[in-house]
Design a protein around this ligand. Structure first.
Ligand code: AMP
Ligand code: TRP
Length: 338
């Protein structure tokens, strides 16, 4: 079977260092070994309210970030979900495969819906079914995601299993998660126990892909610390979320291990770590950011990449949908006689 990667990012605001280290950078590394589809999941985005103009610009921004980070859109497929109708169609079919109880257990729904569940969109509840459809529409076998998406991927596996069992077929592969890299969970610069997130109201909590060198340095300088010197062994990071986070980010950006990073800063003050961290952050991010900004000024190129990607994704999805229709018992459209 073809080993095929599928992953997605929502176009819902600023891309930040967590998205880069937890997702996009790892995708760049995978493109030599797999056939890849990378999707800007605009259908997922509208499970909560999105301003239409912002949705359009965020969609282009995510696509631009993927290209700027080094994903080759000629070799692989970069596209936005709503341009390929099969996602919504297979998601409907999976709405009829997944059980209410499975979705009710999803922690992301509980977090996002908050106390007012009655008022959450039906789409927010069914979100994981659409994610399963994204992957399985292409018979995706491997899914690089951050820790936070593991539960959704488990559900995608359950859906693939149940579909195959219910219809006694082997239509779908059971997709494997790929949790890669040292920085699978980048935490807020203001609170080492909270995930770095685009929805955090404080811009100082995250490094955005659009931040210039001075802003990056300033945010790192202002990052929360604790009063102690940095530890000389990894266990010393255990009860120190801020130290763990900054060391983790440093290790990921400097392409070294956490152990080596701990050793490098053993017994030193946070300021030494922050200084080095600023240097590696700027050195790593600025070439990508330059290309990102250049692309954002060239919408036509981004739109061409997305249109070309959608066309190729559609072509891949069509035989899978046809197979699914046959398995379920949907009649195929017949040519009219005469
Ligand atoms: P999202 O921004 O939630 O659409 O996530 C896009 C991708 O980035 C997913 O693969 C997430 O797991 C990953 N991601 C988002 N925030 C973080 C973070 N703070 N640390 C690591 N990965 C993250
Ligand atoms: N739900 C994922 C997130 O918020 C994005 C996503 C949508 C995705 N479809 C996917 C990730 C398919 C991997 C595979 O991060």
């Amino acid at each position: 079977m073809t080993e095929r990667i599928f992953s997605g990012v929502q176009p819902t605001g600023n891309l930040h260092l967590g998205n880069y280290l937890g997702a996009i950078r790892n995708w760049v590394a995978l493109q030599n070994d797999f056939e890849c589809l990378f999707c800007v999941v605009d259908l997922h985005a509208i499970t909560v309210w999105q301003d239409p103009a912002k949705l359009r610009s965020s969609t282009r921004e995510v696509a631009a970030a993927m290209i700027a980070a080094g994903i080759d859109p000629k070799k692989h497929i970069i596209f936005n979900q709503s341009q390929v109708p099969g996602h919504a169609e297979l998601a409907w079919i999976f709405n009829c495969v997944a059980r209410m109880g499975w979705l009710g257990r999803m922690t992301q729904f509980k977090e996002k819906a908050g106390k007012d569940r009655e008022n959450a969109s039906v789409g927010l509840f069914a979100y994981p079914n659409l994610m399963a459809a994204d992957i399985l529409l292409y018979k995706g076998t491997h899914v690089p995601v951050g820790e936070d998406q593991k539960q959704h991927l488990e559900l995608a596996r359950d859906i693939a299993h149940k579909f195959n069992n219910d219809f006694k077929t082997e239509t779908f592969p059971i997709p494997e998660p790929l949790i890669l890299g040292t920085a699978t969970r980048v935490m807020s610069l203001k609170d080492g126990t909270a995930k770095m997130s685009k929805s955090d109201p404080s811009d100082l909590s995250r490094i955005n892909m659009t931040d210039d060198a001075d802003t990056i340095a300033r945010k790192i300088r202002k990052a929360k610390t604790d009063p102690d010197l940095l530890p000389d062994n990894r266990a010393g990071l255990d009860a120190r979320p801020e130290a763990r986070n900054l060391i983790g980010i440093y290790a990921a950006l400097a392409d070294t291990t956490v152990d080596a990073a701990v050793e490098e800063f053993a017994g030193q003050q946070f300021s030494a770590l922050k200084e080095r961290l600023s240097e590696v952050a700027v050195a790593n991010l600025s070439p990508i950011q330059d290309e990102y900004r250049r692309l954002l000024d060239d919408k036509a190129t981004i739109d061409d990449v997305l249109a070309d990607g959608a066309e190729r994704a559609c072509a891949l999805s069509e035989p899978v949908l046809r197979e699914v229709h046959d398995v379920i018992g949907f009649l195929r459209p017949k040519r009219k006689r005469g």
